[in-house]
Design a protein around this ligand. Structure first.
Ligand code: HEM
Ligand code: HEM
Length: 181
């Protein structure tokens, strides 16, 4: 039987990472556009700490996802897709793979070089290997902002495309879902 959907591990990783990335983009927006005083007590601090923690988790899961992709490959492109759709989805998918490694690394080194805590790593006893460098931190967070905006564009294109396939019921969504049909 030829492979007609992504391996189970790849589907689990896709949905875990998708949920976290959408939360990270929303949380990043709150962190940079709202003030702690405008939110219920403690919420801003909670979003900040969880943004850093889940950002590191996405980095680890993305590394596992690359291994899963190398081991399992991908199903052949869906037969019903036009050439431009194959090219567009490949560009968006490669963009996600690259930027979801780059973005958490920028955030992590930007935070370490500030320096500010990363609760998850601090809790695991992983020490900050950087010394204070505010210039480096500022540059890395400028890049973190730009990459965040590119990721929002990719997410809009990707989710828009996925919704179109769900409505058309052409079998593309099934490749990444857990349902029978
Ligand atoms: C921001 C969150 C998301 C990210 C980062 C993301 C990332 C990706 C990536 C990288 C792939 C390619 C998989 C590979 O070739 O290994 C993929 C495939 C796919 N994604 Fe997402 N995704 C997200 C959200 C969603 C959502 C919300 C949906 C559905 C509404 C969705 C539906 C799909 C489907 C159906 C495929 C398979 C496409 C195909 O058959 O080639 N994704 N996603
Ligand atoms: C895939 C992972 C990540 C995504 C998608 C993401 C996304 C974002 C976005 C969209 C912003 C708002 C940028 C702006 O408009 O200025 C932001 C801000 C921020 N991120 Fe991330 N981030 C990720 C990982 C991380 C990690 C791992 C850390 C640190 C350990 C981190 C630390 C921060 C900090 C401190 C800010 C606030 C920067 C400021 O106040 O200027 N991020 N992030």
């Amino acid at each position: 039987m030829t492979q007609d959907r992504y391996a189970f591990t790849q589907r689990v990783l896709h949905w875990l990472i998708a949920l976290m990335v959408l939360g990270l983009l929303a949380g990043g927006w709150v962190m940079t556009h709202m003030k702690a005083a405008d939110l219920p007590a403690g919420l801003y601090e909670m979003i900040y700490a969880n943004h850093k923690n889940f950002g590191v988790v996405v980095l680890v899961l993305m590394l596992l996802r690359i291994v899963a992709r190398l081991v399992h490959g991908a199903p052949a492109p869906h037969a019903g897709l036009a050439n431009w759709q194959r090219t567009a989805s490949a560009v968006v998918h490669i963009g996600f793979y690259a930027l979801l490694i780059i973005q958490p690394v920028l955030g992590l080194i930007g935070t370490w070089s500030f320096p500010a805590p990363v609760p998850l790593l601090d809790g695991l006893g992983i020490d900050n290997p950087f010394t204070q460098d505010r210039e480096l931190s500022k540059t890395l967070f400028e890049l973190h902002e730009i990459v965040g905006k590119v990721l929002i564009v990719l997410a809009v294109l990707h989710i828009g495309g996925a919704l179109m396939h769900i409505f058309k019921r052409d079998g593309v969504f099934r490749r990444m879902s857990f349902g029978r049909k």
